[in-house]
Design a protein around this ligand. Sequence first.
Ligand code: ZN
Length: 183
Amino acid sequence: MKAMFNLFALGALILAVGCHASPTNNIAARPATANSTTNQTMKFPVTKTDAEWRQKLTPEQYRVLRQADTERPFTGKYWNTKEPGVYRCAACGEIIFTSDTKFDSGCGWPSFYDLAAEKKVILREDDSLGMHRTEVICAHCGSHLGHVFDDGPKPTGLRYCINSASLNFEKTNPPPPRPGEKK
Ligand SMILES: [Zn+2]
């Protein structure tokens, strides 16, 4: 009888883990990969409970930033923005990108070939949805921003493909510093 109970408990555990493996689930609950192991134990400067994030963010921002959802292409507010300014993480306010490195990738999401400064994001392997991609998360608060691909323009060759819902644009005058001036 006890063995049967253990079997049942094991089944329930597998079900629970399987459920957490869904790409729509919380980032912290996603399965560990070689690169994400350290991230999951990493302490971010900004930490909030799930309830606090739900309260702070709009439902769409919460789905994207905290559950790694992806907005539909050509629907976000910034995919075609060309004004000079900075793009902050919509969850914590940290400046992640500037308009200087934004380019028209034609993919329907805001695309950048470089960060506003080094160490603004953390990259981790993402094997969800049957694809192998590199996820981009905010180094300040751990929120999901988008993915990075290696088919971007020079000089980096990178394409940071970011959800508008993960960003807050702030117009600047004069324009933001060039990427070469990053520390
Ligand atoms: Zn952030």
